[in-house]
Design a protein around this ligand. Structure first.
Ligand SMILES: Cc1ncc(COP(=O)(O)O)c(C=O)c1O
Length: 385
């Protein structure tokens, strides 16, 4: 086995993105401008939604989405403990209380059969997270949401390209928030997009993403713009910039090609790891389209002489960079102080104890993927109990 170093994640940025960004800088539209509008239109078309609003992160998107449907102090919002801090922090930012519902161990997504028992008269919304790019059980979630008149706001940070049956994520729930962070499937450095089919919600989000300014105020410095604007609410500075959008337009055009590589590599991993005792491969099926944002194996620590942390260390010694998705919300000291306890979420705890995210990105070569396979096999064999 020839030694290599495989970083956990690397973006794939070509000359086209660089050229578009330079052209944008030369155009003098550095902030929100025509490129953002173009990217919003192209992204909306891509997911099949009526409206898309570009923002500076998925986090900003989740915050605005909740504000747009009136979530605030005294409300409760249901989500999963198996997520990144952003999902829960944005609920807290609105003044509402996050109510966590454990995951289904197999898919690592929120378990709809456990949602209903957590609903109270204060519940306003459910925020499912499409973990790793595999869609949540949206039928189960929407049935509950309809029964109790709740909004469904999807955290689709991992789910650009995901399909729920034949429908693109972005056109399923009431509002969907995507991330274009540096490691995501579609990259703008930092960035995000909110999609919805509801015109009023889209307009409110657009207004609140730019200080609460009246319609089209972004245009006020162009020769077609007007100096006059009105502030309609205390909004936020969450808008996307044209530099980000220029990047995003090119990345969206390349997305299909990127995704084919991700799927090809995920398939190689699946084939290689399926038969290894003590390793569970990520859930996927022929019904939905997985975006393969992450490739998370789970190791059964009883089958090895080393624990998960040591397993990661051994992979690192052989040059393979990995990560862990996620450290569940109730494990972090801040949320513990708020009263959350991982013991109430046994499936999340079990998933977390074995989870290792392997490198998976289109910039990897076939040889890189084969190398990761060999290293995982080597560590598994060497430390088998
Ligand atoms: C599930 C989930 N939600 C939200 C976010 C936040 O995305 P952003 O960095 O674009 O704000 C992330 C980021 O990694 C994430 O993994």
């Amino acid at each position: 086995m020839k030694e290599r170093t495989i970083p956990y994640a690397l973006p794939l940025i070509g000359d086209e993105e660089i050229k578009e960004v330079i052209d944008t800088i030369k155009s003098n539209w550095l902030s929100k401008g025509p490129k953002t509008v173009q990217f919003e239109e192209e992204f909306a078309r891509y997911v099949g939604a009526n409206y898309a609003v570009g923002v500076n992160s998925c986090t900003a998107g989740l915050h605005l989405a909740q504000l747009a449907v009136g979530i605030g102090q005294g409300d409760e919002v249901i989500t999963t403990p198996y997520t990144f801090a952003a999902t829960v922090n944005t609920i807290l930012h609105t003044g509402a209380t996050p109510v966590l519902v454990d995951i289904d161990y197999e898919t690592m997504n929120i378990d709809p059969t456990k949602i209903e028992e957590k609903i109270t008269t204060k519940t306003k919304a459910i925020i499912p997270v499409h973990f790793a790019g595999y869609p949540c059980d949206m039928k189960g979630i929407k049935e509950i949401a309809d029964k109790y008149n709740l909004y469904v706001i999807e955290d689709a940070a991992h789910a650009v390209y995901t399909k729920y049956h034949e429908t693109m994520i972005g056109n399923v729930g009431d509002i969907t928030c995507f991330s274009f962070y540096a490691t995501k499937n579609l990259v703008t450095g930092e960035g995000g997009m909110i999609t919805t089919n509801d015109r009023e919600i889209a307009e409110r989000i657009r207004m609140m993403s730019l200080h609460g300014m009246s319609k089209n105020a972004w245009n006020r410095y162009s020769d077609k713009g007007s100096w006059y604007y009105e502030i309609e609410d205390a909004g936020y500075k969450y808008n996307m910039t044209d530099i980000q959008a220029a990047f995003g337009i090119v990345q969206l055009n390349k997305l299909q090609e990127f995704q084919e590589k991700r799927a090809e590599y995920a398939h190689i991993y699946n084939q290689a790891f399926r038969g290894i005792e003590g390793i569970t491969i990520p859930y996927s099926d022929e019904i939905h389209r997985h975006a393969w944002h992450l490739y998370v194996i789970r190791i059964d620590q009883d089958k090895f002489t080393i624990d998960r942390a040591q397993f990661i260390e051994e992979l690192g010694k052989r040059g393979v960079g990995v990560s862990v998705h996620f450290i569940p919300i109730p494990v972090h000291p801040y949320y513990k102080k708020l009263g959350y306890d991982i013991k109430h979420f046994p499936q999340s705890e079990k998933a977390y104890n074995g989870a290792i995210s392997l490198p998976l990105y289109p910039r990897m070569s076939n040889e890189d993927v084969q190398y990761v396979v060999e290293v995982v096999k080597d560590v598994s064999n060497k430390f088998r109990r």
